[in-house]
Design a protein. Structure first.
Length: 181
């Protein structure tokens, strides 16, 4: 008896589902089919060629040009660079620090101006100006002296900084030095 009831219930369920399927199929048939896609084969061939060129497996090594000989001395290169630089510099940057003499100080509305002389040339410098081959900087200009930060480098790149006083040429008895690094 249980088998009979189970069999009737399953037949009834199958019958209901078949009706729903038929209705769904009718609704689907009423929908218009979409247009077929148009393919531009010429453009595809062009893109194919570009992709093959882009992802080609042939490696082309770049051409390198070596500008430096690895067997030359670093010291020689440094000296050559210094000589080449000295030829094209401002005339105030060529003489060494010890060659400069303070011959006067001008006082005016804009402040003090130091007059430095090397051989026959005179230079007028204010605070912050750079002079000499070591690129010394004027820190302070007083009434009868100037304070200078003298920075020098050796061929290995080590930097040595000294604060030096340069007194007027006729007052120059001794020059004081104060080392910093």
């Amino acid at each position: 008896m249980k088998k009979l009831i189970f069999l009737l219930a399953s037949v009834a369920l199958l019958g209901c589902t078949d009706i729903d399927r038929e209705e769904l199929m009718k609704n689907r048939a009423e929908v218009k089919p979409a247009k077929p896609l148009e393919v531009n084969f010429e453009r595809l061939e062009k893109q194919k060629g570009e992709l093959i060129e882009l992802f080609s497996t042939v490696y082309v090594a770049p051409e390198y040009t070596f500008s430096k000989d690895p067997f030359t001395s670093v010291v020689d290169e440094y000296r050559q660079a210094q000589e080449a630089e000295a030829e094209t510099l401002n005339p105030i940057l060529i003489p060494e620090f010890d060659e400069f003499k303070l011959v006067g100080i001008l006082t005016g509305e804009i402040g003090n101006i130091a007059v430095l002389a090397v051989a026959d040339e005179s230079f007028y410098l204010k605070t912050g100006d750079i002079f000499s081959a070591n690129r010394s900087t004027i820190i302070f200009i007083g009434q009868d002296f100037i304070k200078v930060r003298d920075t020098s480098k050796d061929i290995f790149g080590n930097t040595k900084t000294e604060i030096k006083d340069i007194k007027l040429d006729h007052l120059k008895a001794d020059s004081s030095k104060e080392k910093t690094s």
